[in-house]
Design a protein around this ligand. Structure first.
Ligand code: 5GP
Ligand code: MN
Length: 352
């Protein structure tokens, strides 16, 4: 049986807030991923089935890889439809903040969300939330926000409203945030949830292929190039670095989402405990970090790259040139080496 881990007082409070309003906005983080979009859309769908005017508003566009999800056209992104996004947030009587822990993560939506005096509910699995909302459903150990939305709906006895569409969205986030149940996946409850979602006639095989195993030829070639030509290994520090410049991205007709999953690949090499991927985006160098074991990449992203995230999956932004970003990375290796003396080992002792 799935354990009810969310405080019943929080559950009751959310229930009361929902019952008392008509218009509800749901928002999630910048560059939304499968978990951000999946949890937002699932909750939105259930709220609509409850008779609410619910809407998902994102700070920017979702990647093409998620366009297969049901009803994605109803999502309003601020960068695409500024006036509609603004109106939805400003007129909402209740706002759900999903899959982020700091107003910075919703970019230009932050002032609108924060200045709307309506009640707000956080549902998230990042550590140390930097905002205190009316209800805080914050579980850093949860696999995904989709897991938390599932648990909340179950505890609110709204599970009956989770239909095939909502189930597809929830399973998408649980799948993408755990690398198809290959990390953050040790909680047996997850598999009970997965089974009940599949009983809503969601094809797991289809979903995996759509959400995690669909690449354009260009993107596959770009990933091959990145691994073959651009992966640097630092055996002493058990780390891999991949850097892609704007020119290289252009060469492969890069579109948002094309490098999804790339940063995880070097972790397959015995002896590589963490990986950093630097991508030269138009406004900054996007930093993505992944690790295995208890090597915390969120603190690295927070300390060096204006970011944060989870222990094993984090990201940030670097303002400067690609070369400066590489220098910052190598400087951080030096600092780690001097801080730890010669002992830089963590869980994976194999040499690269
Ligand atoms: P990704 O590398 O896939 O962009 O992000 C991995 C995780 O790191 C995300 O789920 C999110 O939790 C976190 N993350 C990514 N970029 C940022 C950022 O710029 N700031 C913060 N605080 N977290 C980020
Ligand atoms: Mn998430």
């Amino acid at each position: 049986m799935i354990q009810p881990i969310i405080d019943p007082i929080a559950i009751e409070k959310v229930q009361r807030l929902i019952n008392g309003v008509k218009s509800i906005a749901i928002t999630c983080h910048l560059s939304p991923d499968g978990d951000a979009i999946g949890s937002s859309m699932a909750l939105c769908h259930v709220l609509r089935r409850l008779g609410k005017d619910a809407i998902v508003v994102t700070p920017d566009m979702m990647p093409r890889t998620l366009l297969f999800l049901p009803d994605v056209k109803s999502v309003v992104s601020f960068t695409q439809a500024e006036a509609r996004a603004r109106k939805a947030i400003e007129t909402a009587q209740l706002i759900f903040c999903l899959d982020f822990n700091s107003p910075r993560r919703i970019d230009k939506l932050a002032p609108m969300v924060m200045s709307n005096p309506c009640p707000k509910v956080l549902i998230d699995h990042h550590i140390d939330p930097e905002m205190e909302l009316d209800v805080m459903i914050s579980f850093p150990d949860a696999s995904s926000t989709c897991e938390l939305v599932y648990r909340m709906l179950m505890q609110m006895q709204l599970w009956r409203l989770v239909d095939r569409w909502a189930a597809q969205c929830l399973l998408t986030g649980m799948m993408t945030d755990t690398g198809n149940f290959s990390y953050n996946c040790e909680d047996p409850d997850l598999y009970e949830m997965q089974a009940s979602l599949m009983r809503r006639k969601v094809s797991r095989q289809w979903l995996y292929n759509m959400a995690m195993n669909t690449y354009s030829a260009d993107s596959l070639r770009l990933q091959g190039y990145a691994i073959d030509q651009k992966m640097r290994l630092y055996p002493q520090q058990h780390v891999a670095l991949i850097v892609l410049t704007a020119e290289e991205l252009k060469r492969y007709n890069y579109k948002r989402g094309d490098t999804e999953g790339l940063v995880n690949k070097p972790l397959a090499i015995p002896g590589v405990n963490w990986c950093v991927f630097l991508r030269e985006d138009p406004d900054y160098i996007k930093v993505s970090c992944r690790s295995v074991g208890d090597f915390a990449v969120n603190t690295i992203c927070a300390n060096y790259f204006n970011g944060g995230g989870h222990v094993n999956a984090a990201g940030g932004e670097f303002y400067g040139t690609v070369d400066q970003a590489i220098d910052a990375f190598e400087h951080l290796l030096d600092e780690m080496a001097s801080a730890a003396g010669k002992d830089n080992d963590n869980t994976n002792d194999n040499q690269i």
